[in-house]
Design a protein around this ligand. Sequence first.
Ligand code: DGJ
Length: 477
Amino acid sequence: MKMRNKQRKSSAFCCNAGSRCSLPVVVWSLVGCILMIHLYSVIRQNDDENIQARLKHLAITRELEEVEEESFHMPPPRGRRSPRAVKRRGPRKPPSVIDEFLDDSSELRNFFFPDRRTVIDPSREGNDSMHYYPGRQWLDTDGNPIQAHGGGLLYVESTATYYWYGENKDGETYHAHKRGAARVIVSAVSVNQVDIIGVSCYSSKDLWTWTNKGIVLPGEETNITHDLHKSNVLERPKVVYNDRTGQYVMWMHIDDVNYTKASVGVAVSNSPTGPFEYLYSQRPHGCESRDMTIFKDEDGKAYLIYSSEDNSELHVGPLTDDYLDVTGVVRRILVGQHREAPALFKYEGTYYMITSGCTGWAPNRALAHAAESIMGPWETMGNPCVGGNRIFRTTTFFSQSTFVVPIMGLPGSFIFMADRWNPAELRDSRYVWLPLSVGGAADEPLEYNFGFPLWSRVSIYWHRRWRLPVGWKGVQT
Ligand code: DGJ
């Protein structure tokens, strides 16, 4: 019995030439072959599509990562010293490029702040449509220069609309008196100020054509004790949406004109276009808070990140579930590094941040930082700026970080948003928007990692003129 079974079993599976094959085996083998061929062709097709998509993505990334070189001639030093002054103080030092940048009578003025003839104008059709020109005046759909400095974007998925919030600085620039406590590293021009006008909001579907939605949080004209009284300081407003409460929550830097109040303010609205109701200001965790930003993570938790302790370090802490307050949890990060203007983003589970140094309205070198947890530890990776020239790279292309926007549908590609401050005429400060990408090895390996790069490099590419990929829809895919 055992024997018979064995034989039957072996004849059913042995199908060599000349031997007898059972029909079901042949049929099932054929079906198997057909299925395998079908599977193979499906995989091939998917692979082809993937390869095509990857190639397209690569071409787009390459286009965004192309850089342009910049060169300019320094004007000869102005005004000679008298022989007596030369004897006492030596010959006049040639001005630095930054001196020229800050000098509103410099011959280089138009290079850094091109005049009205070169504006970016969404109403103008043609070759320049959809192109960014960092540093040029940028008009809204009414034909007025966009007033959204130190700003940030919010994307509202339900309407596929971007909102750009920022400081409206459309007032006269004056030299604020320095009373009492000193501000950290205050250069001669860093105390220039404008009255608080309020927070502006613009909307766009394509990140290029911006419609003015008005001032969504106005300054206060009469009540001198109010945080938003026009004589105070309101900077770097950022808005996030709270899915639980259905409210749009704005956080901003609130200060007095001497920057001694060093607080954050909170406002809410039921609509992205306001009006926002101002709630209160506080020193978060009982600490000084100057340049700041907020970041909403994928799990819906939001965080406040701010420069503290005379700007010598940053603090990061989660907000309460309604986003209206901080919790008791806080961590000190980048301690002793003197960074401000934080702009955070996340890619493939890693947190990244761009910061500036602390030199008032004058530009300085940006740094990129990375962390596995938003609460730290944060590591500094080096200067992310690529292209232009050495001076461009060591001044963040003559601008200061404010926000980083993910380019929907292009994983790893972002827009770096920065302000080119014009201290002599703050309302005429310009926007520097450039492609930022994450990829490749960081160029400054960290001390403890034995020379092995731990993080991906963050790069911001200089372009005199650039655009988002043709056909980019501006909506989440
Ligand atoms: C640098 C900050 O980043 C700006 O927001 C502003 O506070 C200026 N300093 C004022 O000097």
